[in-house]
Design a binder for this molecule. Structure first.
Ligand code: 13P
Length: 325
């Protein structure tokens, strides 16, 4: 279940480096059908396969997207789906110079006997599913679990495939709560110590993985807000203390930050040299305006695509530390 130096070692390193390339980051478009349904409901659309297909077609066919986006994480349905015009979505991404990826965890269930913690599903059959996803064109895989800063304990589950997929390790520490930034820092230090303990124990090849952390911010309901400079200082301090330089890329999730906030925070983190590529793997902070602009209407597709490109370009500049607002 681990990424030891396998026959795929060279390919894993190459894929990870391609995704962590200068001025580019990941478009997370791997909302489960349930979550995608919530997004579609927000613009008054029904959660049908056709509507999900129309939206994902819009996203992957933005002209020039590959200038700013190096990888796209897909939900299983999309990996096997075609565009509205009948072309495989995976092929469209590859033509755009975007590496297709796949969400491999199967979501969260309550952890019995715990204080409101959850547990990730999806380990059964992970190896054979990974091999099938590779066949289908996926070259990296995201495993996400969720932790809450407000709780006293953390349970982790991280598993990696050795079927040629670069693992993205994502223990998401939720923004929810009234806790301050110091509390998030404390929890994040504990989480990443544990994650890297187990990665090392399992001889995971650090050069062939990517991380998807939450930034260190105050809880969403905390009254004391933090500036991008403070978020950058705390987050880089955390990374320096916990993440070996052998890891090629740190691809942050946006976690409910606004589009501009997520860009400003990323930009602040890239004002000096870092040992890893510090970039983005945003879903909401790339898609929010795009989705609203589309509103499910064919006549708005072009404007919606332009909106996505605006966010992708802004985050590309932020990856280079050159976003000027
Ligand atoms: P957000 O950027 O919307 O947090 O989503 C990223 C993601 O993939 C969460 O798992």
């Amino acid at each position: 279940l681990t990424v030891r130096a396998s026959s795929y070692a060279d390919e894993l390193v190459k894929t990870a480096k391609t995704i962590a390339s200068p001025g580019r980051g990941i478009l997370a478009m791997d909302e489960s059908n349930a979550t995608c349904g919530k997004r579609l409901a927000s613009i008054g659309l029904e959660n049908t396969e056709a509507n999900r297909q129309a939206y994902r077609t819009l996203l992957v066919s933005v002209p020039g997207l590959g200038d700013y986006i190096s990888g796209a994480i897909l939900f299983e349905e999309t990996l096997y789906q075609s565009t509205v015009e009948g072309k495989k979505i995976v092929d469209v991404l590859v033509e755009q110079n975007i590496v297709p990826g796949i969400k491999v965890d199967k979501g969260l269930v309550p952890l019995a006997g715990s204080n409101d913690e959850s547990w990730c599903q999806g380990l059964d059959g992970l190896a054979s599913r990974s091999a099938a996803y590779y066949q289908q064109g996926a070259r990296f895989a995201k495993w996400r679990t969720v932790l809450r800063s407000s709780l006293g304990s953390c349970s982790l589950c991280c598993h990696f495939s050795d079927n040629g997929l670069v693992p993205i390790v994502e223990p998401e520490i939720l923004l929810d709560g009234e806790h301050n930034i110091d509390r998030t820092f404390e929890v994040a230090k504990k989480v990443w110590a544990e994650v890297f303990f187990y990665l090392a124990e399992n001889n995971v090849m650090f050069e062939g993985i990517l991380l998807k952390p939450s930034m260190v911010t105050p809880g969403a309901e905390c009254k004391e807000r933090a500036t991008p400079q403070q978020v950058a200082d705390y987050t880089l301090n955390l990374l320096r203390q916990r993440i070996p330089p052998a890891v090629p890329g740190i691809m942050f999730l946006s976690g409910g930050q606004s589009e501009v906030e997520a860009t400003l925070n990323l930009n602040a983190m890239n004002q000096g040299p870092n040992p890893w590529h510090v970039s983005f793997s945003y879903a909401r902070a790339l898609q929010n305006t795009c989705l609203k602009t589309w509103g499910g209407r064919p006549e708005n597709v072009q404007a919606a695509q332009e909106a996505l490109l605006v966010r992708a370009k802004a985050n590309s500049l932020a990856q280079l530390g050159k976003y000027a607002g």
